[in-house]
Design a protein around this ligand. Structure first.
Ligand SMILES: NC(=O)c1ccc[n+]([C@@H]2O[C@H](COP(=O)([O-])OP(=O)(O)OC[C@H]3O[C@@H](n4cnc5c(N)ncnc54)[C@H](O)[C@@H]3O)[C@@H](O)[C@H]2O)c1
Length: 348
């Protein structure tokens, strides 16, 4: 039931595929976005090989549970590989002729990059080079990768367009994502690979990341604990529902033949909301009021995000269509099912 409701929110599904893709590698497949993208590609009949280190940055149980659902597809294979282990990657690529690599594995999270900088350097810099270099060595010419809205830094107001200023990252996390874009550019120029970066904007939804604010807010509101709201609630985010992101990736893949050798796209919602309005919608979905503990701005964080999505609209008809109220309702329904009657949610 959770899944049906989840998919009812979708506007459409492309992968009508003018681009011929057989076998896809998804790194970070047990992660939030990797899981959803894999599920979509598997359902459309593609052969997906997923890898993930299953690290303990957040609950490994939810990563295992996502994987269990993917393993139900006959066209899915998985290997527990850390992208920092170059030899393992090289063996994987030597044994599997991938047509496309979707590189999502990374140490995510802005705030944690203040505590554990080396994890970001290892996975997001060295790991990134290991994956893109394995592509080059094995002749994989199509490489999609996750960048982030955080590359825009602290710009107040306006709409962030891909050719705008991105040279003042507020966190090491953002700096690694910007570095990924530059490395991908060099591989496209030097080796003729098609490298496309996707700047995701605050993605939320079922099977989401427990470290993200909306997820921890939900847990705390349900248990009656106060939630910490930073910058005293003066934050604006372009929250993007996971189905819209998956649609975007799906349509992008279907249009790869028409896209340039190197390109960066924003995948956001283009409807920025005040964090207090977001909390209000979450309270409504939960039927409970939040106890709010206002806190000052946190280091590394940004005040405002809003994606200009006109490039993605023009190039692959990207049209996010899930509003915050509907998206949060589905998230809360999933959350209650997963943590309340866990087995029911997992079996769908
Ligand atoms: N969720 C968002 O709002 C958001 C926003 C902007 C960018 N992104 C980026 O999108 C990508 C996916 O994000 P997500 O939200 O699904 O995060 P996630 O943490 O849920 O998924 C990342 C996955 O990568 C795996 N991983 C991490 N380091 C690895 C390594 N060295 N080797 C192999 N696997 C490794 C993790 O175990 C995890 O399962 C990341 O690159 C992230 O930086 C996400």
């Amino acid at each position: 039931m959770t899944w049906k409701l989840f998919y009812n929110l979708k506007c459409f599904n492309s992968l009508s595929s003018s681009t011929k893709i057989g076998k896809v590698l998804i790194t970070g497949v047990a992660g939030f976005i990797g899981f959803h993208v894999a599920k979509r590609l598997l359902a459309s009949g593609l052969e997906v090989f997923g890898i993930d280190s299953m690290n303990g940055y957040y609950s490994t149980q939810i990563k295992q549970d996502r994987l269990e659902l993917l393993k139900r597809f006959a066209n899915f294979s998985f290997s527990s590989i850390n992208i920092c282990q170059r030899n393992d990657l090289e063996s994987l690529f030597a044994a599997n002729p991938f047509d496309l690599v979707i590189h999502l594995a990374a140490q995510a999270g802005v705030r944690y990059s203040l505590d554990a900088p080396h994890k970001y350097a290892e996975s997001n810099l060295m790991g990134f080079v290991n994956v893109i270099e394995a592509c080059r060595q094995q002749g994989v010419t199509r490489f999609l990768f996750a960048s982030s809205s955080s590359v825009y830094g602290n710009q107040e107001g306006g709409v962030f367009s891909e050719d705008g200023f991105t040279d003042a990252p507020e966190s090491l996390y953002a700096a690694t994502k910007k570095a990924n874009e530059l490395i991908a550019h060099s591989y496209s120029k030097q080796f003729g690979m098609q490298t496309i970066g996707l700047r995701f904007f605050s993605v939320y939804g079922p099977w989401g990341r427990p470290d993200m604010a909306y997820f921890s807010f939900t847990k705390k509101i349900l248990s009656g604990a106060p939630i910490s709201v930073f910058n005293r609630g003066q934050m604006v985010r372009d929250f993007t529902y996971i189905d819209d992101i998956v649609d975007g990736v799906d349509q992008l893949i279907a249009n790869l033949n028409q896209l340039p050798g190197y390109k960066i796209y924003n995948l956001g919602n283009n409807h920025p909301v005040k964090i207090m309005d977001f909390i209000g919608a979450l309270e409504l979905a939960l039927g409970r009021e939040a106890l709010i503990d206002f806190q000052p701005m946190q280091a590394g964080d940004v005040v405002f995000t809003c994606a200009d999505i006109s490039s993605a609209q023009r190039d692959f008809d990207y049209k996010p269509c899930v509003d915050m109220e509907s998206g949060l309702k589905v998230f809360v329904k999933w959350y209650r099912g997963y943590f309340g009657k866990g087995e029911a949610a997992k079996s769908e």
